[in-house]
Design a binder for this molecule. Structure first.
Ligand code: ZN
Length: 451
């Protein structure tokens, strides 16, 4: 049986309408203001002040924190003044959940969101509806910049969000700010459909103009289509693809672009905040959502780093006043690009998004290493459908993979040599063939450091 398609028209539509004006204003601000540095900074500072004043007034946690630091939001002169406040860790978020909350918030104003918790307890945060709907407006900004025109007749444009998580219902909803286009959420786990061909037919019959998903789900759709519809009678031809959740590898981008025949924009977004940064048409780094976010890059001691140096991304989320995140340690690594972007936008750019700290392995000298070098080799083995490389002990890696047969000794050796070259000769590696690697509902994490 195919997942039931329900229409969330009423509830979603009414909520979306409530934010129509605010969303539209944000769209306009972004599209007109992104080349005016002075305007960007003044909007940012004004919004930061407002967030801090609200946090002091309505969140018991921040009231205490500001008092202890002698911090007065009304006296804020520049973004640098924020550094008088301590950083906010995930642990603090978990321990002080109730106190972080704004006492002014009513249940009608928010929904719960949580991180996947792949390396520990999930961080449960609260998103207001503006943050929730901002996902779509950020996508719209990207689409306008990519030159994508929506169908001028309302209700005609179709968007689709693909998710591999079985908990996501397949439904459609109307989006007023997208020229009343229809948004589908669709579970693309083939195991939940009568046969994979049904899934391809379903997506093809809707002909979504835009497709949003993570690279793993996009690749799985491509492979399904190649395997079950080689003649491409039910071709899926979006005009724009948005990739989120995990880093989009250059090779994957090339393959997906060639198959779907459209550009792909990569996004950096967190479950705790919503979109943080996204690529422009030039695809050289990620422009920050500066009108709604303040980002700092810090070292392990929390000191601000010079542009170009890789450090932890620290976020102050200006859009969500219900559950303020001020100087929040994201656990992600990145660096500032200092050169202006060729696209003309003056919004700051993040480069070298090196992934989550817990995706970086620790080599035998105790240094964090980007895991992506392993990826090229694994790609060479066409038979590997899914994999997960886990560092479970200081000098030990467990390599889990899903393939129709076990890797030969020579193939295992090739992987072993590469891991040892990257992390150190003292490493040992165990191989585990699992079908599948990820249990249903588990977020795919190709690289995981449990130390
Ligand atoms: Zn740009």
């Amino acid at each position: 049986m195919r997942p039931v398609l329900t229409q969330k028209v009423d509830a979603e539509y009414l909520k979306a309408l409530r934010f129509f004006k605010a969303e539209f204003a944000e769209l306009k601000l972004n599209l007109t203001g992104h080349t005016n540095r002075k305007m960007i900074e003044s909007v940012q500072l004004e919004r930061l002040k407002k967030l801090l004043c609200q946090a002091e007034q309505f969140s018991p946690f921040y009231y205490e924190r500001f008092k202890k630091a002698g911090f007065r939001p009304t006296q804020l002169q520049s973004l640098a003044d924020l550094q008088a406040l301590p950083l906010l860790s995930k642990k603090e978020c978990i321990q002080n959940h109730a106190e972080l909350f704004s006492v002014k918030a009513r249940p009608d104003d928010y929904i719960y969101s949580a991180t996947s918790g792949s390396t520990g307890e999930p961080v449960k945060v609260v998103l207001d509806y503006f943050s929730l709907y901002y996902y779509y407006i950020a996508a719209r900004i990207n689409q306008v910049q990519a030159g994508l025109k929506l169908h001028w007749i309302p209700f005609k444009t179709q968007h689709m969000y693909l998710s591999a998580l079985p908990g996501v219902p397949t439904y459609s909803a109307l989006m007023p700010y997208f020229n009343f286009s229809r948004m589908y959420k669709c579970v693309n786990d083939p195991a939940l459909w009568p046969d994979p061909f049904e899934l391809i037919k379903f997506i093809s019959s809707r002909q979504p103009q835009t497709l949003a998903s993570d690279p793993v789900a996009l690749k799985s759709l491509m492979k399904l289509s190649q395997a079950h519809d080689a003649a491409r009678r039910y071709a899926i031809r979006p005009k724009w693809i948005q990739s989120t959740s995990t880093r989009l590898e250059p090779q994957d981008r090339a393959e997906l672009q060639a198959f779907f025949g459209c550009p792909i924009t990569d996004w950096y977004s967190l479950a705790e905040t919503g979109p943080i940064a996204s690529e422009c048409n030039v695809h050289e780094g990620y422009h920050l959502e500066e009108f709604l976010t303040v980002v700092e890059i810090v070292d392990e001691q929390g000191r601000t780093l010079a542009p170009g140096a890789v450090g932890e991304i620290v976020i102050t989320n200006l859009r969500n006043h219900v559950f303020p995140l001020i100087r929040y340690r994201s656990g992600d690594l990145g660096a500032w690009e200092t050169e202006p972007c060729r696209c003309g936008s003056k919004l700051k750019r993040l480069i070298r998004l090196a992934g989550r700290i817990h995706q970086c392995f620790i080599d035998q000298h105790g240094q964090r290493q980007e895991p992506y070098v392993i990826y090229n080799l694994i790609r060479g083995f066409n038979l590997i459908e899914q994999f997960q490389v886990v560092q479970d002990q200081p000098r030990h890696i467990t390599f889990k993979y899903d393939a129709p047969r076990s890797l030969s000794e020579a193939e295992q050796n090739a992987v072993t040599v590469l891991i040892k070259d990257t992390l150190g000769a003292t490493f040992t590696i165990d191989y585990m063939r699992l079908r599948p690697v990820y249990s249903p509902g588990q977020k795919p994490q190709p690289y995981l450091c449990l130390l």
